[in-house]
Design a binder for this molecule. Sequence first.
Ligand code: GN1
Ligand code: MG
Length: 362
Amino acid sequence: METKDLEKIVSQFETEGNVVEVKPLGNGLINTTYRVRTEGAAPDYVLQNINNAIFPDVEMLMGNIVAVTNHIRAKKEAAGEADIDRKVLRFVPCKATGKYFYFDGTHYWRVMVFIPDTVTQSAVTPESSYIVGETFGEFQAMLADIPVELGETIKDFHNMEFRLQQLREAVADNKAGRLAEVQWLVDELEKRADEMCKAERLHREGKLPKRICHCDTKVDNILFDKDGSVLCVIDLDTVMPNYVFSDFGDFLRSAANTGKEDDKDLDNVNFNMEIFKAFTKGYLKSAGVFLTPVEVENLPYAATLFPYMQTVRFLADYINGDTYYKTAYAEHNLVRSKAQFKLLQSAEACVPEMQAFIKECL
Ligand code: GN1
Ligand code: MG
């Protein structure tokens, strides 16, 4: 989209200052994001085109996000914390409607205040993992008493039974004619299917609660201060009721991967137990107060569930002909699937060590 069109969209929101530049920002796979620079003392902004195909109910989505950020802001204010504007996102309402999004007839947009002087990391150290674990545990703890009921912004987002069903449909349809080359991987995933659907079973049996979780706990979704301390959790589109396994397992999926999510060299991809230990220690420190024994006992399962689920999702998208994730080249989703599967195998081998470590922590 042209800069002048983007500027027009920004002008629909209650922003301050004159816009001097709008430039792409970040590398999310779902929404398209821009940084909006303004003149003088006015804050800069982040403009996002919300992917409406993935988030069908934008009103619910923004309702969730504003409820969550307001709740966190109020808690931080009550605790007398400093620098709150850099520790929680602030969304800007639309002039005409007062809602936290603008619909231009085709696309949905939102604007938030840009937080200055932050650092994002795509690799983490054991030291920062400990802090991040503590941060996500706190995030869940802070939202435990949110007075409104949050909606499910993507229905069945981390429901393993549902993700397997999608893979099975993709396999049955074989729309892009890619099945034969990946049948071996489908077989590997099917072998593990029952075990990996354990969370859904425990929930049905009333043994596993849903809590408000972030559900996209990647290192990239955390803003750090220049000194390495955590400022805030961003990318709140998927904040919704879920099992705590989501935040625990999905963070480790990216952070404890010694390679890249889409590494072509599988030798680079291994599950990093140093990161697991540091993160788990931090997480248990802040979340230990509310976690049930069933939740704690299944954290190693969660560490394998997310590489598994992501393999299932990337592979289903590859078989479908790349309709969900943005791809940079034809085989991208296949490369991603293989890298996530390698991570899964490596994590599986670490499960006994994970269990022993958690015992030690308690
Ligand atoms: C997507 O857009 P991004 O990169 O934050 C996806 C996550 C996946 C992730 C894999 C709404 O997140 O669930 O784990 O890609 N988000 C959605 O990189 O599907
Ligand atoms: Mg993201």
